[in-house]
Design a protein around this ligand. Structure first.
Ligand code: G3P
Length: 494
């Protein structure tokens, strides 16, 4: 209850149950029911959130439609001003918001503060980028197309879509919420947010957008009651989702609305013989084990040339031995994974690899949701971990004999989010990047989404659409044209 305890956010709680946010107010559901949020470290119920009804969702949608009409008429510079204010409030409250992240999702304390500051910067940048790209339109004249005279002038500009449904994931609840809220608002949309199941307290951030009454709402509840109801709601004009393969189900059910989906990855790290091996080891550890591997962009499989594999495995093991494992409050590097079922899933992948003969570089160790970092060497394609995404501190190493073998494994995955290549040969790096079927390839650096204005997109089961501040603003708008028709020149000029 870190935010509720600050005074500024005290109205977000009703006894033991967090309120939902609609029409500029924190409310209790008429259902009288609530959903438990479990602390990943203690595995005890930390608090509860409202179980909203479908009727309440309908009211939220109606209010959003009304508020959006007025918001779309609000001058762009005023929308930008509001986002700048929200960014400042976010940063001012970075400590209590970060405290929520530590408690709710076991994010290491330092990373939690970084996430909030990054989010404030994202919102400010979105305000500025919005002013730049939405302040511009286009003028076309007709006589460039065969058969036309110069008597038609087409004026185009970008207009909002209406109501954006935002569903952020548990691992970046603040950053990936504002990466949807910011672009939606600057473009003149309203927004309804459904928080991830494991998170709520940090959504006191809605108070950062104080002047947007009715324009943004936050609804909570049971997936069975409001999940499909929200995603298939006729009031929704756009869906921006980050998370797991639920996104595939959503995209099959959603109506004829633009979709922005980021659905995970099996990011490959291809290491060639000429790579800087210290750089490789540092990036593997940071890329695969930061936030205990619970990042879509984490390195999830190392594809390394046999000749340098022993040396890199040794360097990585030395670094893993130094990682601090424990509770997030102690700023440990490796903290409990988010749920017991996640921990069980990871364990299933590890046991499968054990049965099929992978080499364990460390002893497998688990206490509750806390799993010690583990490197699995000599992994083969018949093992589940060669293909599945553990979302935990467990990394498979597959030894290869050619770059082509690495590219083949990368492309055989159903995912295609990011990948990385380590080599000193830039020509080879570019050729391999071109051959890899992923939305982004990093050369000599671990996969990462940021900086947040870079395009970010996945191929295949990793997603639809492209994110990054500019792409998100564009995605949450559509083009409107007005054509001025003049009398034909031959008519007026004789
Ligand atoms: O898992 C969320 C994904 O977007 C990763 O972000 O910043 O850790 O690369 P980042």
């Amino acid at each position: 209850m870190a935010l509720a305890g600050t005074g500024v956010f005290s109205e977000i709680i009703d006894g033991e149950v967090y309120r939902y946010y609609a029409d500029g107010e924190w409310r209790s559901s008429a259902s009288g029911k609530s959903v438990a949020i479990v602390n990943p470290t203690t595995r005890q119920t930390q608090y509860r959130v409202q179980a909203c009804t479908q009727e309440e969702v309908n009211k939220v949608m109606e209010a959003a439609k009304v508020a959006q009409k007025a918001w779309a008429r609000t001058p762009l510079w005023k929308r930008a001003e509001l986002l700048h204010k929200a960014a400042a409030i976010l940063k001012e409250h970075k400590a209590p918001i970060a405290e929520c992240l530590v408690k709710e999702i076991a994010k290491p304390a330092k990373d939690a503060v970084t996430e909030v500051v990054r989010s404030g910067d994202l919102v400010s940048y979105t305000a500025e980028e919005g002013v730049r790209i939405l302040g511009e339109g286009k003028l076309l004249v007709s006589d460039s197309f065969p058969g036309n005279e110069r008597n038609k002038y087409c004026l185009s500009s970008k207009i909002p879509l209406g109501v954006v449904l935002a569903i952020p994931p548990f691992n970046y609840p603040v950053n990936l919420a504002v990466s949807k809220i910011g672009p939606a608002l600057i473009a003149g949309n309203a927004l309804v947010l459904k928080p991830p199941t494991q998170v709520y307290d940090s959504f006191g951030i809605f108070n950062s957008f104080t002047e947007c009454e009715g324009l943004i709402s936050c609804v909570t509840g049971k997936g069975s009651e409001i999940g499909d109801f929200l995603t298939m709601h006729p009031g929704v004009n756009c869906i921006s989702f980050t998370g797991g393969d639920t996104g595939i189900a959503i995209s099959k059910k959603a109506g004829m609305v633009p979709l922005q989906m980021e659905l995970g990855g099996k990011d490959a790290c291809i290491v060639l013989e000429d790579a800087d091996l210290d750089l490789v080891a540092a990036n593997i550890v940071k890329g695969a084990f930061s936030y205990s591997g619970q990042r879509c962009t984490a390195v999830k499989v190392v594809l390394i040339m046999e000749s340098v594999a022993d040396a890199v495995v040794q360097k990585v093991n030395a670094k893993l031995a130094k990682l601090k494992v424990g509770p997030p409050e102690d700023n440990s590097d490796i903290t409990p994974v988010v749920t017991e079922s996640s921990a069980n899933f990871i364990e299933g992948l590890v046991m499968d690899a054990k049965e099929k003969g992978a080499t364990f570089c460390q002893e497998y160790r688990r206490e509750g949701n806390l799993i010690w970092p583990l490197l699995l060497d000599h992994v083969r394609p018949d093992m589940r971990i060669a293909w599945e995404e553990p979302f935990g501190p467990v990394l498979p190493v597959i030894r290869i004999n050619s770059a082509e073998e690495g590219i083949h494994h990368c492309n055989a995955s159903n995912f295609g989010l990011q990948g990385c290549i380590f080599t000193r040969d830039i020509n080879k790096a570019i050729l391999i990047s071109d051959a890899m079927e992923t939305g982004t390839v990093q050369i000599n650096y671990a996969p990462a989404r940021g900086p947040d204005h870079f395009p970010f997109q996945g191929l295949k089961d990793s997603g639809i659409g492209s994110q990054g501040i500019t792409n998100s603003i564009n995605m949450m708008t559509k083009v409107k044209s007005t054509v001025i028709n003049l009398p034909s020149p031959s008519y007026t000029m004789g």
